[in-house]
Design a protein around this ligand. Structure first.
Ligand SMILES: [Zn+2]
Length: 81
């Protein structure tokens, strides 16, 4: 499951019964390649989700414009060097 799939997927909290989208989940600790997500209501830990890759930002229509722009800049730099 990629980042955008996770964000648009419906999550259910086993602890308090909260139901919502992954994008509504509360972000917890952030690492270099992933971030941990928690229930916005009771802080119950869901899972660690990998950040979208450069390729996902370029090809996924759900990528936000800033992420896509960043991906394009990175790709241009890779192509030039
Ligand atoms: Zn909860």
């Amino acid at each position: 499951m990629n980042y955008y799939d996770w964000m648009s997927d419906v999550k259910t909290c086993k602890n308090c019964g909260w139901v919502g989208l992954g994008s509504e989940a509360k972000i917890g600790e952030c690492f270099n390649e992933c971030a941990e997500y928690h229930c916005p209501q009771c802080e119950h830990y869901f899972e660690a989700v990998l950040y979208p890759s450069i390729t996902e930002n370029l090809i996924d229509s759900r990528a936000n414009p800033a992420d896509r722009l960043f991906a394009e800049i990175v790709m241009q730099k890779i192509v030039k060097h």
